[in-house]
Write a protein that binds this ligand. Structure first.
Ligand code: MOS
Length: 731
């Protein structure tokens, strides 16, 4: 099914007490909390693995002069020391997946320079410490601020890096009210709980070489294609298995070096090789979110109507890489104004490779832009919500097409009511003992993409249903919502649905990323179930019109049949597929929301404590209220981290992140997260997909941190434009 027209009535509609939407517990929850859900590193399916340990470059720029591996090779238990001198031949880089150990050239600190494999993990780690590298080091360039003037226009990815509409310069120059500000956001680390890990097994058979990787990966089919390119194998000879994944946030969108190295080592040793990155290695070997510099210029009339909007963003990545942070893309669709400009520039620096991290672009874009809107509201003496309402566009202001749905104003109004926005005091006016107290809000908007996805279903003779697709569950609840969709479509309880995902042996699926996972994979499953319904009705000679699947039976006209009977002795199978179509171009599709935060700022120490927080979101049909709310809370907590604590500090002399562990890279802990809540407004988006759902994983981080920063301003009158808002910047 191609999404070429709006979706009409479906079997999911008009069922307030249906299975879809119900806040049921995760069906994989018990396995996870009892330790019976094997993550990549823990699988026992591949026997007798050897253990790998990765060696990182100790400089950020230069050449390896000599690499002495003799002591490492002689160390107990060592089976292989792989370097650029003996690494098997590799193919082409694809989708940021890069051939490893390609020579003595060093482009960034942490670039893998050797891979040591031994009988045990401890032996591999000990031997890795014996690898001695000598370098001809050069002075690295690692400061985005310093490189800003030389940053270049990046290659277009999904969207062009620049956009212009009308005459920004003229309109800005003539605007009676102006704002011209710069915000900076730091390097952020995904810090997902499960580190990158792979067990690879390379086999040489009569029909050529093949490799199986049990690996922590969000998008298996994309990973399969890129690994096939790097490993010089046919895609069908690369199998990725990822049944359980301990978080991703974008860091597992593509295979990381450990996957390539374990596959190559397995090829050399003819034995499975397992490896996990250490937490410290996660910071340099795996990817991060780049720091950004963002300049925002707003021109408005005295009534607060925007006439000119410019949002420019600078970001950085390693030499030879093309990823840039699309900070200003969301600004193209957020508020009305006739004259507009967005621009992105990229600097290639001797820093580790930057990539997508939760709501890439929007998350940091709205950290800046939603504060700029607050600044403009302050300047105009207009309530921040009112300012946004006055600039609500009737259609997408740059694409000039309607929004599929847009309930931003409704989210702000509902949030204001629930949060008690009318109690917000003037700047610096509210005290609670030693605490200066303030409230802030911010809008949230995030693109809603649909990705091609396929699914297979099989009604088994025992009346259970098997669902298969190469989809992943990165902790978001995919297993559960897929069971709910299939259960509702077929009239079966979730206990009778077997969801089998996380294996490229199954039909190709979107994977988890960009908030497209649930909608894309869920829609493919919806189509597969719809096809199965038709097949069952046809086989039974029953009329499809008005047929109802419920309680393990199908009723149509005066006939009622049990699914166990219709399954026959062999079972019945069906497939489904979803693809984006004309709806993607004819409508501007976004999820929306509004964040509200109340903070206290210690008058003496400058310490900022979040006191309470609320998010109100719209994401089309909610597939499971519990997992959706968990996603939203998780995104908001990400926003708390971005606002108050998260920053990987680059030592620009050496091009590395100084605080490269979770003791010193601070993420919010329970004590940092007080009373927070997330609610959803009713919505169905018939332009999005057959489920009428939209992405939820990322809209909830968009703007979240800005609400805190705006609350800090309301509490103190201090406008801090350099994230995170640590106490040294308050004092
Ligand atoms: Mo998300 S950054 O697309 O996993």
């Amino acid at each position: 099914m191609d999404m070429n027209q709006p979706i009409g009535a479906t079997p999911l509609d008009g069922k307030p007490d249906g299975l879809v939407g119900r806040p049921i517990d995760r069906i994989d929850g018990r396995l996870k909390v009892t330790g019976r859900a094997p993550y990549a590193y823990e699988t026992r399916d591949l026997k007798n693995p050897a253990y790998g340990f990765l060696v990182e470059a100790g400089i950020a720029k230069g050449r390896i002069r000599s690499l002495d591996v003799s002591a490492a090779k002689r160390a107990p238990g060592v089976l292989l020391v792989m370097t650029h001198e003996n690494v098997p031949e590799q193919g082409e880089k694809k989708e940021q997946v890069t051939p490893q150990l390609q020579g003595p050239e060093i482009r960034f600190h942490g670039q893998p320079i050797a891979f040591v494999v031994a009988q045990s993990f401890e032996q591999a780690r000990a031997a890795a410490a014996l690898v001695k590298a000598e370098y001809d080091a050069e002075k690295p360039q690692a400061s985005l601020k310093a490189a800003r003037p030389t940053a270049v226009e990046p290659k277009p990815a999904q969207t062009p890096p620049d956009s212009t509409l009308g005459d920004f310069d003229g309109a800005f120059a003539g605007a009676p009210v102006k704002l011209d500000v710069e915000y900076t956001t730091p390097v952020q680390i995904h810090a997902q709980m499960e580190p990158h890990a792979t067990i690879a097994s390379w086999e040489t058979g009569p029909d050529g070489d093949r490799v199986t990787l049990y690996t922590a990966n969000q998008m298996l089919n994309r990973g399969q294609a890129s690994l096939a390119s790097v490993l010089k194998l046919k895609p069908e000879n690369v199998r990725l298995v990822s049944h359980y994944i301990g978080g991703g946030f974008g860091s597992k969108l593509q295979p990381q070096p450990e996957a390539i190295l374990s596959a190559l080592a397995s090829k050399s040793l003819k034995r499975p090789v397992k490896v996990a990155l250490t937490r410290q290695q996660e910071f340099h070997v795996a990817t991060h979110r780049t720091d950004t510099i963002q300049r925002i210029r707003l021109g408005a009339d005295e009534n607060g109507r925007l006439t000119a909007i410019a949002h420019e963003s600078w970001s950085a990545t390693a030499p030879g890489d093309v990823f840039y942070e699309t900070s200003a893309v969301v600004t193209r669709s957020l508020y009305a104004a006739q004259n507009r400009l967005t621009r992105h520039r990229l600097a290639n620096l001797n820093v580790p490779i930057a990539s997508a991290m939760r709501a890439p672009g929007e998350a940091v874009g709205q950290l800046a832009f939603e504060c700029a809107m607050d600044e403009l509201a302050e300047q105009l003496k207009i309530d921040p919500i009112e300012l946004r309402i006055r600039n609500e566009p009737e259609q997408d202001p740059e694409k000039k097409v309607p929004f599929s749905t847009r309930q931003l104003v409704a989210c702000m109004r509902e949030g204001a009511k629930r949060f008690g926005w009318d109690k917000r005091g003037a700047t610096g006016a509210t005290r609670d003992g030693q605490w200066l107290v303030g409230m802030g809000m911010a809008a949230a908007s995030r693109l809603n993409p649909l990705m091609p996805s396929q699914a297979g279903v099989r009604l088994n003779p025992d009346g259970t249903l098997t669902v298969r697709m190469a989809m992943t569950d990165i902790g978001t609840g995919t297993y559960t919502i897929l069971a709910q969709i299939a259960g509702e479509m077929m009239g079966l309880p979730v206990e009778r649905i077997r969801v089998e995902i996380g294996d490229t042996a199954y039909p190709k699926a979107a994977g988890s990323g960009g908030s497209f996972g649930a909608g894309s994979a869920g829609s493919a499953l919806y189509v597969a179930c719809d096809n199965l319904r038709q097949a069952l009705l046809q086989n039974a000679g029953m009329t499809p019109e008005g047929a109802v699947f419920a309680d393990g039976r199908v009723v149509s006209g005066n006939r009622s049949e049990a699914l166990t009977d219709l399954a026959g002795a062999q079972g019945v199978e069906a497939k489904g597929e979803i693809k984006p179509g004309a709806m993607k171009e004819r409508y501007s599709q976004h999820s929306f929301g509004a964040h509200f935060a109340e903070v206290g700022v210690d008058r003496d120490t400058g310490e900022i404590r979040l006191r309470r927080m609320l998010g109100v979101f719209t994401g089309g049909r909610i597939l499971n209220l519990k997992t959706a709310r968990s996603q939203a809370l998780g995104g908001m907590i990400f926003g708390i981290g971005a606002a108050l604590m998260e920053a990987a500090e680059t030592d620009t002399r050496y091009g590395y992140f100084v605080n490269h562990d979770l003791a010193e890279y601070h993420v919010p802990a329970h004590a940092d997260v007080p009373a927070i809540d997330a609610v959803f407004l009713p919505e169905l988006d018939d332009k999005a997909n057959p489920l009428k759902s939209k992405g939820l994983g990322e809209v909830s981080i968009c703007g979240a941190g800005a609400a805190l920063a705006n609350a800090v301003y309301n509490a103190t009158g201090l406008r801090i434009r350099d994230y995170p808002l640590t106490l040294d910047k308050v004092l």
